[in-house]
Design a protein around this ligand. Structure first.
Ligand code: SF4
Ligand code: SF4
Length: 125
């Protein structure tokens, strides 16, 4: 889920549809900075981390399946806004880098079903 800002020097604005957090991959790759941020500011998130690599390695992913143990694409941190068909991130200030950067391009948005861009590639003009 992108932030509420417009970015990418284009016509992108996150509309809060939540699709990326409800229908995304079953796991979110983490970089070391994400793990450090969890450790320092949100240690409760660490229980959702599936560690990878050698014991003690600071590598892992944020699993979407920890809570229920069932396969799901819904992130455990996505929250629906009361009375609105919009969603927000329950760990917005410490959300993983992959979430901050999504979508990485207009093509990425189109490919993954994000409607934050206001017109398709080649459209308009
Ligand atoms: S799919 Fe796109 S528009 Fe919808 S919440 Fe995610 S980033 Fe925002
Ligand atoms: S951590 Fe937040 S932004 Fe990332 S998928 Fe989950 S709810 Fe969405």
């Amino acid at each position: 889920m992108a932030g509420p800002m417009t970015y990418d020097a284009a016509q992108f604005t996150c509309n809060g549809c939540g699709k990326c957090c409800l229908e995304g991959a079953g796991w979110l790759p983490l970089v070391e900075a994400d793990i450090t941020l969890f450790e320092e500011q949100a240690p409760h998130v660490l229980q959702y981390v599936t560690w990878q690599g050698d014991p003690g390695a600071r590598q892992g992913s944020l699993s979407r399946t920890v809570v229920t143990g069932r396969e799901t694409t819904r992130c455990p941190f996505v929250r629906k806004l009361r009375g609105r068909a919009q969603y927000t991130c329950g760990i917005y200030d410490v959300r993983p880098t992959v979430c901050r950067r999504y979508p990485t391009s207009r093509d990425h948005a189109l490919y993954t079903g994000c409607e934050g861009y206001d017109m398709p590639v080649g459209g308009g003009d």
